[in-house]
Design a protein around this ligand. Structure first.
Ligand code: ADP
Ligand code: MG
Length: 358
């Protein structure tokens, strides 16, 4: 079954030992589409796990509602929601073989032995663990254990798959490999998936859409590209990657729309501001172009440092007493960047610029 997850005004308040309260999740409303791979992304403590566990049914909300399609599940017990869950810690049973771990959910659902065998075979195949069916979890690497945990969640054909920091215990290379496999498995099975992480690269690389959370609230829901290039506010802009925040005021000059600052001007997307507005903009380091010092729509400063990293060169320019970070890709970094101490002018295109809220 394909499943829409609708979350309305969901709030969770915890009472502390000292009598104080923590609002871990604060009036969250999200609609997740059937078959979507949706991320909850934010720093540690922002309420991701609490929100996920309310969707799973392990935590009762203080307020608000959760729907799977048209069925309200706000207070439905976890084992009646048909969700599969994968944790950071794998949570495999150490005394059972891989095959038995995966079969467990089918056993308690009273499937026949033949059906169990078939489904376990398919699930292990889908995570490329068929040769390890008879091993114990302790005889597997971390990545293999997490594959088994994924197979165990998928084998019950859940309506909703929930993953809480599933790759946090693995090394970088394996994380990259496994995240692509997780996406492939979810998409092949067509399961609506909610994936929690604090790692913006992990989220951006495989998400259909992501919700960026701060202190229990949703700051923005967007596709990875829109979140990155069209952040609504400073928190989202900075959380999704390196960026440069610049303030100025919107002006019209020679039919062009610009943001003017004491150290130069830059083109501005016209639709997003009116003449005279104070604006704050976010420009990604890789969006800059180095131009001639007489360029009419550029900011000017002095090269403070350059670092050659192979595929790119990082340039720090001191502009009006602060640092602007620029990135030049490829070999051009060796020739296009002025020497340390020399003046530099930087510009970009209007559609590379996002006007943001504080
Ligand atoms: P995340 O998964 O984003 O790191 P959590 O959902 O685990 O965040 O926690 C969000 C906030 O709620 C934190 O401030 C955390 O300390 C608090 N919190 C989580 N669970 C409990 C609990 N059972 N009792 C009290 N406070 C909790
Ligand atoms: Mg967590």
């Amino acid at each position: 079954m394909t499943c829409t997850i609708r979350i309305e005004n969901l709030t969770k308040t915890f009472k502390g030992h000292d009598g104080g309260t923590t609002t871990a999740v604060d009036q969250v409303s999200i609609e997740i589409e059937p078959g979507e791979l949706f991320f909850l992304l934010g720093p540690s403590g922002c309420g991701k796990t609490t929100l996920l566990r309310m969707i799973a049914g392990f935590i009762d909300p203080s307020q608000g509602r959760i729907y799977f399609n048209d069925r309200e599940v706000t207070t439905t017990p976890a084992n009646k929601r048909n969700t599969g869950m994968v944790f950071q810690s794998y949570a495999l049973w150490p005394h059972m073989t891989v095959a038995d771990n995966v079969a467990f959910g089918l056993k308690i659902r009273n499937l026949t032995k033949t059906e169990q065998k078939k489904r376990v075979g398919e699930a292990l195949e889908s995570v490329q663990m068929t040769p390890y069916a008879d091993r114990k979890p302790t005889q597997l690497s971390g990545g293999q254990q997490q594959r088994v945990a994924l197979a165990r969640a998928l084998v019950i054909k859940p309506d909703v798959l929930l993953l809480d920091e599933p790759l946090s215990n693995l090394d970088a290379k394996l994380r990259n490999e496994l995240r692509n496999e997780i996406r492939r498995s979810c998409k092949e099975a067509g399961i609506t998936t909610v994936y929690v992480t604090h790692d913006q690269k992990e989220a951006m690389s495989i998400a259909d859409r992501l919700a960026i959370l701060r202190a229990g609230r949703v700051e923005q829901v967007a596709s990875p590209a829109d979140g990155y290039y069209r952040p609504h506010n400073r928190f989202v802009a900075e959380f999704l990657g390196e960026t440069n925040i610049i303030e100025g005021s919107a002006h019209e000059r020679d039919g062009g729309f610009l943001v003017e600052t004491p150290f130069g001007s830059l083109p501005l997307p016209h639709r997003d501001a009116s003449v005279g507005d104070r604006v704050m903009i976010s420009v990604r380091p890789e969006s800059w172009r180095i131009v001639g010092l007489d360029h009419g729509a550029a900011i000017r400063g002095t090269v403070r440092s350059t670092v050659f990293l192979g595929e790119s060169t990082h340039v720090e320019a001191e502009v009006d007493g602060r640092i602007i970070l620029a990135m030049v890709h490829g070999r051009r970094g060796l020739t296009a960047v002025p020497a340390v101490g020399a003046p530099i002018a930087l510009t970009t295109d209007a559609d590379e610029i996002a006007i943001i809220d504080q």
